[in-house]
Design a protein around this ligand. Structure first.
Ligand SMILES: Nc1nc2c(ncn2[C@@H]2O[C@H](COP(=O)(O)OP(=O)(O)O)[C@@H](O)[C@H]2O)c(=O)[nH]1
Ligand SMILES: [Mg+2]
Length: 653
C-alpha cells in the first residue's frame, strides 16, 4: 500500500538525501567554475542546513490515561515487538518526553530533575547544559532493557505542600486542580521535569521528533510546554477515550492547546481511542459500529469539528495486532486509517513549507551565481568591440591602445577608496537594523513585560501588558523594514553611479520582507493570550510563574529575531559579494585585454584569430549558463518532490 506513516516518512527522507547530494554536486561545480562567491556560498550553506536539520515534530496531547503512550508504541515502536513507552495501568508518563535522534550523542535517556523548576532558566536553556541531566544509556538491541529504562519517565516524588507550591504543582486559588494530598500530608509530583530519549530508530534518524506529554492539567504543566513546544509542533494529535467520551478536563485541554486559526486544521488530529472497549460479543458488528459512530459524532460536536476529523481507533489492539502479525485485528483496530491521516497532515505540511523555502533559496542562488556569468559575458563583448576597432590600424595605434588600458587600470585601482566609502555608509545603516533586531532590544522588552506582569492586580490587565509589548516589537520590526528600504534605495543610487562610471552591472538586491516575522509575532501573542485566557491567569499571582512565562516567551522570540537577522545578513552579503565579484572580474579583464594586445603587438596572434578565440569563450559561457540553469532546475525536480504525498502509488507509476 505504501501509505503508512513510516513509509511516507521514508520517502521524505529519500528526497532529502537526494537533494543534499545534488546540492553538493552543484557546489563543487560552482567552485570549479569560480562562480562560488560569498553570497552564493552562504546561500548553499543555508539550503544545506535547512535540509539537514529538517525536524518534524508530532506532539501527543491529552488528559492522563487516554492512551497517548500506547498510541506512540503502536504507531512507531511496534517493530520492537513489545511495549516501549510505559503505558500500562498505573505506569504513566509523568513528564514531557521527547523522542528523537542526535548522532553526536550515544543512545540514551536524559532526565532533567524537577527541582530545576526552582531556578529561573527556561527549558531551552537547560538543553544547553548536559551536565544537569541524569543520563541512562540505552541498549537499542535489547527491547526489554529499553522499555525498563524508559519506565523512568513515570517516576514520582513525594513532597510537602510548600515544596509542591514552589515547584508549581499546588495553588491555593484553584483547589479543584490541585493533586491529591496523601494521608501523611505529602503530595505526589513528577520526579523529572523533562525527558529526552535519543535512539537511532529509523524514523527518528530521519528527523522525526515525537513529543509525549503527561496529562496537561492546568496546574502541573509548565507554560513553556503550552506556549512554545506544542504550538511549534508540525502536528498535534489530541486523544479522547471512547469509554469516557469528552470530559470537562478533555475540553479544557482542547481549548487551551489545540484551538488554532482556521485553515491549519490538517495538522490537528483528533483520535477517539479505546474503541475496543465497545466491542461487545452480545451485539452484532453493525450495532457496535453504530455505537462507535454515535460516540464519534457526539465528540465531534462537542469539539466543534466535522465528524470525519475524529478518527476512532484502538491503540492497544493495533499494537497487539502488529506484534502478532494479525492482519484482521489490525484492520479492526483502525490504526492504519489514523496512520494515513497522520502522514498526510504531518508530511504534507512539512514538505509544503520546506519546498517553498527551498524553491525560494534556489531561485536566489540561480540569480546570484548567474551574475558572475553575465559580468564575464559583458567583458567579452567589450573586448570584441575593442579588438574589432583595431582592424586595419597601424602599430602606433595599437601601442596607444595599450597605454590607454594601462591608464584605465591605474585609475580603477585608485577608485577602490571610493567603493570603500560606499561600503562604510552601507554598514552604518545596517548596524541600525542589526540593533533593532538584536538581543539587547529583546532583553529590554522582556524586562519591561516581567515588571508589568508582576504588578499586583495585573490579572485583568494581562492582555494589555502583552499588547503593549507586542505593539512595540511590531513597531521595531517595521522600523527595521523602513531602514532596510532606505538602505536599498541608497545602494540603488550608488550602484547606478558606479555602473555609469565604470560600466558595471550592479543591481541592488531587494531588502528582505519582514512582514512574515510580524505574523510570527502575532501567532506568539495569540498563543500566550489563549493560554492566559483560560484559567492560568490566576497563577500570575506567583512571581516565579510570570518570570517563567516571560522566559518561555523570550526563547521563542529569540528564534524569530535570529532568523530575521539572518535574512538581513544574507541580504547584506549578497550586495557586498556583487561589488567584490565586479571588482575581481574587472581586474581580471584588464589583465586579459593587455595580454591580448601584447600578443597582437608581438604578432603572435592575428587580430581575427583573437576575435574568434573570444567568440569561443562566449559560447563556452553560454554553455556554462545553460548548465547552471539545468543544475538548479534539477535540484527542485527530484522525483517524489512534486507528487502529492498522498499518492505514492502515482510516484511509482
Ligand atoms: N482497552 C484499551 N485500553 C487502552 C488503549 N490504549 C491505551 N489503553 C490503556 O489505557 C491506559 C493508559 O494508557 P497510556 O498510554 O499510558 O495513557 P497516557 O497517559 O495518555 O499516555 C493503559 O492502561 C493502557 O493500556 C486501547 O486502545 N484500548
Ligand atoms: Mg503516557
Amino acid at each position: 500500500m505504501g501509505t503508512s506513516f513510516n513509509e511516507q516518512f521514508d520517502q521524505h527522507g529519500t528526497w532529502r538525501r537526494e537533494f543534499a547530494l545534488r546540492l553538493k554536486l552543484l557546489s563543487e561545480w560552482l567552485r570549479d567554475h569560480e562562480l562560488l562567491d560569498a553570497a552564493v556560498e552562504e546561500r548553499l550553506r543555508r539550503l544545506e542546513t535547512q535540509m539537514r536539520s529538517d525536524k518534524v515534530m508530532v506532539a501527543f496531547v491529552a488528559e492522563f490515561s487516554r492512551g497517548k503512550s500506547e498510541l506512540i508504541n503502536a504507531i512507531f515502536f511496534a517493530g520492537y515487538k513489545r511495549r516501549i513507552m510505559p503505558a500500562s495501568a498505573g505506569r504513566t508518563t509523568m513528564c514531557p518526553t521527547e523522542l528523537g535522534y542526535d548522532a553526536d550523542v550515544p543512545p540514551c535517556l536524559r532526565l532533567l530533575p524537577i527541582e530545576t523548576r526552582l531556578q529561573p532558566q527556561a527549558l531551552m536553556e537547560w538543553r544547553g547544559a548536559p551536565e544537569k541531566w541524569t543520563r541512562v544509556d540505552l541498549d537499542v538491541n535489547d527491547p526489554a532493557q529499553l522499555a525498563q529504562a524508559l519506565e523512568k519517565v513515570a517516576e514520582v516524588r513525594h513532597v510537602t505542600k510548600d515544596e509542591a507550591k514552589a515547584l508549581g504543582f499546588w495553588h491555593d486559588d484553584v483547589p479543584e486542580d490541585n493533586p491529591m494530598m496523601r494521608s501523611d500530608g505529602l503530595i505526589e509530583v513528577p520526579r523529572w521535569r523533562h525527558a529526552l530519549i535519543n535512539i537511532a530508530h529509523p524514523l527518528l534518524k530521519q528527523g522525526l521528533v515525537i513529543l509525549d506529554t503527561p496529562g496537561l492539567n492546568a496546574i502541573g504543566a509548565e507554560p513553556e510546554l503550552t506556549v512554545n513546544l506544542i504550538p511549534q509542533a508540525h502536528a498535534v494529535v489530541f486523544i479522547l477515550a471512547a469509554d469516557t467520551g469528552v470530559t470537562k478536563s478533555d475540553l479544557a485541554i482542547w481549548r487551551e492547546h489545540l484551538v488554532t486559526e482556521a485553515g491549519n486544521t490538517d495538522a490537528r488530529l483528533v483520535v477517539l481511542n479505546k474503541i475496543d472497549t465497545m466491542w461487545d460479543s452480545l451485539s452484532t458488528p453493525a450495532q457496535v459500529q453504530a455505537q462507535i459512530e454515535r460516540q464519534r459524532a457526539t465528540s465531534a460536536e462537542i469539539l466543534g469539528l466535522p465528524q470525519e476529523q475524529v478518527i476512532p481507533v484502538s491503540a492497544q489492539k493495533g499494537l497487539v495486532a502488529k506484534v502478532n502479525d494479525d492482519a484482521q485485528l489490525l484492520q479492526a483496530s483502525q490504526l492504519p486509517v489514523l496512520e494515513r491521516a497522520l502522514s498526510l497532515g504531518v508530511m504534507g505540511q512539512r514538505q509544503k513549507i520546506l519546498r517553498s523555502a527551498v524553491a525560494g533559496g534556489i531561485s536566489e542562488l540561480r540569480v546570484e551565481a548567474g551574475r558572475a556569468i553575465n559580468i564575464r559575458r559583458r567583458d567579452l563583448a567589450e573586448q570584441t568591440i575593442e579588438l574589432k576597432g583595431l582592424r586595419g590600424k597601424n602599430i602606433s595605434v595599437i601601442k596607444h591602445m595599450r597605454t590607454r588600458i594601462e591608464q584605465e587600470q591605474t585609475d580603477f585601482d585608485v577608485s577602490g577608496a571610493k567603493i570603500h566609502a560606499v561600503r562604510s555608509v552601507h554598514l552604518k545603516l545596517l548596524r541600525e537594523v542589526f540593533n533593532l533586531l538584536g538581543t539587547s532590544t529583546l532583553k529590554v522588552e522582556m524586562t519591561e513585560l516581567t515588571d508589568a506582569l508582576r504588578q499586583p492586580g495585573i490579572k485583568l490587565g494581562v492582555r494589555k501588558a502583552y499588547g503593549l509589548t507586542f505593539d512595540r516589537l511590531r513597531e521595531g520590526l517595521r522600523k527595521a523594514q523602513r531602514t532596510s528600504a532606505e538602505i536599498h534605495s541608497m545602494l540603488g543610487g550608488t550602484f547606478r553611479q558606479l555602473n555609469a562610471e565604470y560600466g558595471f552591472s550592479l543591481q541592488a538586491p531587494k531588502e528582505p520582507d519582514l512582514a512574515g516575522y510580524e505574523r510570527d509575532l502575532d501567532l506568539v501573542e495569540r498563543s500566550h493570550n489563549q493560554y492566559l485566557g483560560v484559567s492560568n491567569v490566576l497563577r500570575l499571582a506567583q512571581p516565579e510563574f510570570a518570570d517563567r512565562l516571560v522566559r518561555a516567551l523570550a526563547t521563542r522570540l529569540r528564534v524569530i529575531y535570529e532568523s530575521a537577522l539572518g535574512e538581513v545578513e544574507l541580504w547584506n552579503k549578497s550586495a557586498a559579494a556583487q561589488l567584490d565579484a565586479q571588482l575581481r572580474e574587472r581586474r581580471r579583464n584588464f589583465g586579459r585585454r593587455i595580454e591580448a594586445i601584447e600578443r597582437i603587438q608581438q604578432a603572435a596572434t592575428g587580430l581575427d584569430d583573437r576575435i574568434v578565440e573570444i567568440q569561443g569563450h562566449e559560447s563556452a559561457l553560454n554553455q556554462l549558463d545553460a548548465k547552471l540553469t539545468e543544475l538548479t532546475a534539477h535540484l527542485t525536480s527530484i522525483p517524489g518532490a512534486d507528487a502529492p504525498v498522498a499518492e505514492p502509488v502515482l510516484q511509482r507509476a
